[in-house]
Design a protein around this ligand. Structure first.
Ligand SMILES: [Cu+2]
Length: 65
């Protein structure tokens, strides 16, 4: 599991949006989002490019930080 911080998530809709966005990336497996802390954990079935993750999050309307 890899854990990142995502800013701007406020409800279940955000959780779903971020989860879906990450799972569109090749190699991303299970995604877990903690709304209270903004921590997003994801499983890597194969190496996932950090920059691609960042872009995906940002395209979904959130910010990594
Ligand atoms: Cu929301």
């Amino acid at each position: 599991m890899k854990t990142i911080k995502v800013k701007g998530m406020s409800c279940e809709h955000c959780v779903k949006a971020v989860t879906k966005a990450l799972q569109e990336l090749e190699g991303v497996g299970d995604v877990k989002v903690d709304l209270n802390t903004g921590q997003v954990s994801y499983e890597e079935n194969k190496p996932v490019d950090d920059q691609a993750v960042k872009e995906k999050i940002s395209k979904a309307g959130y910010e990594m930080g």
